[in-house]
Design a protein around this ligand. Structure first.
Ligand SMILES: [Zn+2]
Length: 382
């Protein structure tokens, strides 16, 4: 049986233990120690990471009363080894998990609803509550949970016997058997849990709900705590500062400013569409009927407008209408015809205008590296 040091002291970042057994397991070695501070995972919290006698811990698991530590090289049974936790990782997880208990206990007390699902992920933790909670209710619970952090009350673990357990009112997601471990956050929450927790609520730092949605008749929240919440604030602050500078808006008013900006963009888009239509109408009206080819050169016309203009020109041209957008040496072209098979002609046209492209008999498009003078000369003779 491995003595579980993390049960009594969640703040143990390093420890010494004796190697009891060391067995080959695949390409690695599985060790039993007399005691450990490595938490093997459970209660929604992942297994610790760290080093044992300087070797990276490859895996950690529970087998009955023992905790198996897997490392690459063998360690001598009987020897004393030192274990070191990846403490920043463990502490972040404890901040999150203890924060989750605080918020779940607070929501339970304020609204009488249960935590029916919990998941700890890299992006934050999700909690499923059994009732639909409004934005106002969530904000009130978030504030109340943070007040519990600021009171810095102790977090203790209790190992009650069956009679004591029967008298206690605690939160639990499932029917429990054997010795039940309760995590008691003074005046805030009492919940069955096997994971290590902070010693005082102040260590959680802060709790922030970053998302909520309806889920199976209840509410699914995403929350972050402590260091993760600070890093998130820094990132959001940085982003907000950029929006604030770009829109010349006060930092507390970027939301309204971006909404005004988006509405303004919509108006501009509609204006551009209207102006393009007007331009097309004017350019179309200016086209003159021709027995031969009509050539159109526009520096900055968009392809859709150019295509419509070429379509209109094709009706007026005896041979074809060729539209070019861009500058000498770098044109995009669209050519339309009502009388000639352009597909068959495209090889010859491309050869003449240093171009590439193709299409159908009534319209071809592509690029040209030629200049305006040479292009006009070619089509004039066609
Ligand atoms: Zn828990």
């Amino acid at each position: 049986m491995t003595e579980k040091l993390y049960y009594a002291d969640g703040r143990l970042a390093g420890f010494e233990a004796r190697v009891l057994t060391c067995e080959r397991e695949g390409g690695a070695y599985a060790l039993r120690l007399d005691r450990t501070a490595f938490f093997p995972g459970g209660g929604g919290q992942e297994a610790d990471e760290g080093w044992l006698a300087g070797q990276k811990l490859l895996a950690l698991r529970e087998e009955g009363e023992d905790i198996i530590h897997v490392v690459e090289k063998p360690l001598e049974p009987g020897s004393t080894v030192r274990g070191e936790l990846d403490w920043p990782l463990r502490f972040r997880r404890m901040q999150g998990h203890s924060g989750e208990h605080i918020l779940s206990g607070t929501v339970h007390r304020m609204y009488g609803c249960d935590n029916v699902g919990f998941h700890m992920g890299e992006e934050g933790m999700t909690i499923d509550f059994s009732l639909e909670l409004t934005r106002e209710q969530l904000l009130a619970a978030e504030l109340e949970a943070n007040r519990a952090i600021w009171r810095n009350v102790p977090v203790r673990t209790l190992l009650p016997d069956a009679a004591e357990l029967a008298r206690l009112d605690f939160r639990s997601k499932k029917e429990l058997t054997g010795q039940v471990r309760l995590v008691d956050i003074e005046g805030v929450d009492l919940c069955a849990c096997c994971a290590p927790h902070v010693a005082y609520t102040g260590e959680v730092g802060c709790i922030k709900v970053i998302d909520s949605m309806r889920h199976r008749g209840g509410t699914r929240l995403t929350l972050i705590c402590g260091e993760q919440a600070l890093l998130d604030y820094q990132l959001l602050h940085e982003n907000n500062a950029r929006v604030s500078a770009a829109l010349s808006a006060k930092r507390q008013e970027t939301g309204a400013a971006i909404e005004r900006y988006a509405a303004d963009q919509e108006e501009r888009k509609a204006e551009v569409t209207r102006l393009k239509r007007e331009l097309l109408r004017l350019k179309t009206a200016a086209l003159k009927k021709s027995e031969g080819c009509i050539c159109i050169f526009e520096e900055d016309m968009d392809p859709i407008t150019l295509r419509e203009l070429v379509n209109a020109g094709s009706e007026l041209a005896g041979v074809l209408c060729a539209g070019f957008a861009g500058r000498d040496g770098d044109y995009k072209y669209i050519i339309g015809s009502r009388t000639r098979p352009l597909r068959a002609m495209s090889r010859e046209i491309n050869a003449a205008i240093d171009g590439r492209g193709g299409g159908s008999d009534s319209m071809i498009q592509g690029t040209s590296k030629s200049d305006r003078e040479a292009i006009e000369r070619y089509f004039a003779a066609l």
